[in-house]
Design a protein around this ligand. Structure first.
Ligand code: AMP
Length: 138
């Protein structure tokens, strides 16, 4: 079965379009975490960030950057969160690669919080951890 973003691309479901070219579509997130929250997706289906080829990634991220710049210049955002979730355990609910471009305003409009709580690293072998990841990079 087609995912909901493929159905948007195929015109079966409406979206509030922000930008479109041959490879990329951007539209307002239906749930507006903050005013202007936009999703940027490749028109070709890839399940997530990790499964997306570099060439497509470049196109999507370039559009995400331009949208972030526009959110600052037009909406008066003072910052922007650019994020993408990979896998259900990381919060991905639509299995079609997408980048969230979320404008941030002074005062925290939208009540959107990202908290990254650090763990106790005293029992971790950090150099070994870095080496294991580094060696596996393709
Ligand atoms: P994620 O949880 O990272 O997979 O993000 C999926 C996002 O898609 C959520 O923020 C949803 O609000 C958004 N979403 C789901 N359906 C639609 C839709 N029909 N139009 C616009 N945004 C949608």
């Amino acid at each position: 079965m087609k995912d909901i973003f493929c159905r948007i691309i195929d015109g079966e479901i409406p979206c509030t379009k922000v930008y479109e070219d041959d490879d990329v579509l951007a539209f307002l997130d239906i749930s507006q975490t903050t005013k202007g929250h936009t999703l940027v997706i490749p028109k070709k289906h890839y399940e997530n960030f990790l499964a997306t080829p570099a060439e497509t990634m470049e196109k999507v991220m370039k559009v995400a950057q331009r949208i972030g710049q526009a959110e600052v210049s037009v909406l008066g955002a003072k910052g922007v969160n650019i994020l993408t979730n990979v896998g259900e355990c990381a919060g991905q609910t639509v299995m079609h690669f997408h980048v969230h471009v979320i404008p941030r305003y002074v005062g925290g409009e939208g009540g959107f919080q990202i908290t990254m709580q650090g763990q106790d690293t005293s029992t971790m072998d950090l150099p070994r951890l870095a080496m294991d990841i580094g060696k596996a990079i393709k």
